[in-house]
Design a protein around this ligand. Structure first.
Ligand code: 13P
Length: 264
């Protein structure tokens, strides 16, 4: 236990908002200006992943603050005939630092597969971006008792051919699909159980040292009320926040809970 607590304290806690398809550039500026003073003393990494068209405004609005900006996806090719897609180079030039990859909404609605998640993850790393790779089971997969199989498969395929060195820049987000936008949060015990299992998978692939240093977030109806309990868990190193990241006080309260989540 003491060793667990020590290793948790060594990992970077990351609270990232995933704004999804919300906020125009002017609304993004206003929200970030509201959030910035509330999180300025955060003892964790604070990230806002925003729609592509908001990125330039968001980067400008957060200059001189501790808020990092992320995108919500990226393509794997450097350029070419891919109408509607955005390359890692485009993101990098803007000053984007993080990128969400393989979110369940992309897997569900836009044909994202583990293969394309893997390609995007490798492209992001190659460009010097920090991917937040999302994994998670569907409700019926949990009910059929195959959560671990689903997660193990996603981890293995999504991180295929990603080196141990590159893993230092990868964050994993465990987002049970049944908990996203439903108000149904996984219990802290359920979140801990799967996040610990993800770490076990990472240990199998990369060894103990890498497994112990990768940040694993929980996402799915995390809010200002339940964040404290979730973030206290040994293997939950942060959160990927949807709805609550669009309300400055709620997002700031989660950041605050994360700043206090280090075990004593
Ligand atoms: P909610 O917090 O709205 O449930 O969304 C979670 C999520 O999908 C973050 O990526």
């Amino acid at each position: 236990m003491i060793l667990d607590a020590l290793t948790k304290n060594l990992r970077k806690t990351i609270i990232a908002g995933n704004w999804k398809m919300n906020k125009t550039p002017s609304e993004a500026k206003a929200l970030l200006e509201e959030i910035a003073p509330l999180v300025k003393d955060a003892d964790c990494e604070v990230v806002a992943c925003v729609p592509y068209v908001d990125l330039a405004t968001a980067i400008e609005a957060t200059k001189g603050t501790n808020i990092k900006i992320g995108a919500e996806n990226c393509h794997w090719e450097e350029s070419g005939a891919y109408t509607g897609e955005i390359s890692t180079g485009m993101l990098k030039e803007l000053g984007v630092e993080y990128v969400v990859i393989g979110h369940s909404e992309r897997r569900q609605y836009f044909g994202e597969t583990d293969e394309t998640v893997n390609k995007r993850t490798k492209a992001a790393l190659k460009a010097g971006l920090k991917p937040i790779v999302c994994v998670g089971e569907l409700l019926w997969e949990r009910e059929c008792n195959i959560t671990n199989e689903v997660i193990a498969r996603q981890i293995k395929l999504d991180l295929w051919d990603v080196s141990a060195e590159d893993m230092m820049n990868v964050t994993i987000a465990y987002e049970p699909v049944w908990a996203i936008g439903t108000g149904k949060t996984a219990t802290a015990e359920q979140a801990e159980e799967v996040c610990a299992f993800i770490r076990l998978c990472l240990k199998g692939l990369y060894g103990l040292e890498v497994a112990e240093s990768v940040t694993i977030q929980y996402g799915g109806s995390m809010n200002d009320k339940n964040a404290g309990e979730l973030l206290m868990k040994t293997n939950v190193d942060g959160g990927l926040i949807g709805g609550a990241s669009l309300v400055a006080e709620k997002f700031a309260a989660i950041v605050d809970a994360a700043s206090r989540s280090y075990e004593e």
